[in-house]
Design a protein around this ligand. Structure first.
Ligand SMILES: Cc1cc2nc3c(=O)[nH]c(=O)nc-3n(C[C@H](O)[C@H](O)[C@H](O)COP(=O)(O)O)c2cc1C
Length: 345
């Protein structure tokens, strides 16, 4: 009986790299797709800070909606380093196949299919994790997408529709048979939303049953947990979502620990400031002044959330409406904390 990754000891050896089609993925730590979070600036930063693979926000398969500003930024991969993995969401096989082709035309090197997201907007159209209830439709979508593109297709699922219908294993085998190249599994059912703790037994079962790389996802918040989950499930990699918000250095921390068994020290305040300033500049550049300033607010909030006495700063920062003022405010706040820390030392 393997120890539960939620508690207890472990570390043993670990697969250090794996491939998705022609792409060798060095570090077994992947940034999960998160709508409204894993935009290009954030993906680039996570990649620079150690993520072996990063996955885009989901793009709707309804190409008639692609002319919106939101879709245009999600579809823009000019100059992005690879492999570029783009997630598509929808419930119609032909539309999904078409969306896959169009994304490949625009630079996608891996197509990821969303059957893991419980967001209402997607589920109302029977897409995302709602698809897990209809295995025939799952097969039709996988078949249509895999046969429509020459790049590898990956799939993201939950462990099933609800605790009584945990069909993740069936879907995983089907995906492998239909030519899917890798599979990410979030250790909750669709009905579980984000409640309770992610479970890794179903993921371990899936890993034993298929030969394609499986990525374990759900509630992985640091290096030790990543190690335990990998050892428990035998997965090829861990996939990190919420724990990366405001902490893009989590990828190098996990990758380093997995490779050496040693914990990296937390980044210094100077480094956090520098990373945040770079992130801000990229947001302003990518989205333009108005949108960039707006989108920066939530990211800055995540960065400073874990630092003491950040509430007043966040309130003030959220009132600022120009890029220069945001930069100055971040610099000044960190400068004060760094000076205070130096004096106390
Ligand atoms: C804000 C947010 C947006 C998300 N958007 C997507 C998405 O677009 N596609 C998807 O497959 N999963 C999406 N997810 C689910 C995550 O990819 C991941 O499976 C989930 O958060 C569990 O991992 P974690 O515990 O590491 O956060 C989203 C999650 C969050 C928190």
């Amino acid at each position: 009986m393997r120890p539960d990754p939620r508690e207890g000891e472990l570390p043993t050896e670990l697969p250090s790299s794996f491939a998705i089609g022609p792409y060798n993925i060095g570090a077994p730590v992947i940034l999960a797709p998160m709508a409204g979070v894993t935009d290009r600036p954030f993906r680039s930063l996570c990649r620079e800070l150690g993520a072996g693979l990063v996955v885009s926000e989901m793009v709707t398969s309804d190409t008639s909606l692609w002319d919106s500003r939101k879709s245009r930024t999600r579809l823009d991969h000019a100059g992005e380093s690879g492999p570029i993995s783009v997630q598509i969401a929808g419930g119609d096989p032909e539309m999904m196949a078409n969306a896959a082709r169009e994304n490949v035309r625009r630079g996608a090197q891996i197509i990821d299919i969303n059957m893991g997201c419980p967001a209402k907007k997607v589920c109302k159209k029977a897409a995302g994790s709602a698809l897990l209830r209809d295995e025939k439709l799952v097969a039709d979508i996988l078949e249509a997408v895999v046969s429509s593109v020459s790049v590898p297709v990956t799939l993201k699922i939950r462990t099933g529709w609800c605790p009584d219908s945990r069909n993740g294993l069936t879907v995983a085998k089907m995906a492998e048979d239909l030519g899917v190249s890798a599979l990410a599994v979030h250790g909750r059912t669709r009905a579980c939303g984000y409640h309770g703790q992610a479970e890794f037994d179903t993921i371990a079962e899936i890993v034993s049953a298929v030969k394609i790389p499986v990525f374990a996802n759900g509630d992985i918040t640091g290096a030790e947990k990543a190690r335990k989950v990998l050892d428990y499930t035998g997965a090829a990699a861990v996939m990190i979502g919420r724990a990366a918000q405001g902490r893009p250095w989590i990828f190098r921390e996990i990758a380093h620990y997995l490779a050496t068994g040693e914990q990296l020290p937390e980044p210094s305040l100077d480094e956090v400031r520098d990373i945040l300033i770079t992130h801000l500049s990229e947001l302003h550049r990518f989205y333009g002044a108005v949108m960039g300033v707006r989108i920066a607010r939530k990211h800055v909030g995540w960065y400073v959330k874990t630092l003491a006495d950040s509430d007043d700063f966040r309130k003030t920062f959220n009132q600022l409406d120009c890029a220069e003022a945001q930069h100055a405010s971040v610099r000044e706040w960190f400068e004060r904390r760094i000076t205070r820390g130096a004096k106390a030392a």
